[in-house]
Ligand binder design. Structure first.
Ligand SMILES: [Zn+2]
Length: 94
């Protein structure tokens, strides 16, 4: 079986494609300045769960750093931010 992750990282020169603004997720656009960050993870643009037929396509892989991968996957601090954004329930006694 061909290992796709190293191929994707090699194609992207081990640089985070989101930090470099080569790949901007529509859902989680990168608002930071263009920077070169070492990519350590590979993200499936079309999720494997929804599109298993694209799981082994190189074009469906993008090299990302941990930070971007977390943001794109909507993990940890994204959930925390959402939680903080929730409106406060007004206290009736005022
Ligand atoms: Zn990044």
């Amino acid at each position: 079986m061909v290992e796709l992750r190293p191929s994707a990282l090699e194609r992207d020169h081990y640089e985070c494609q989101r930090c470099n603004h080569n790949w901007d997720s529509e859902q989680y656009p990168n608002k930071r300045k263009k920077t070169l960050t070492i990519a350590k993870t590979v993200h499936h643009i079309y999720s494997v769960e929804k599109y298993p037929e694209y799981a082994k396509e190189l074009w469906n892989l993008v090299s990302l750093c941990y930070r971007c991968h977390n943001e794109v996957e909507g993990r940890a601090w994204f959930k925390f931010k959402e939680y903080k954004k929730k409106p406060q329930i007004n206290d009736e006694r005022w």
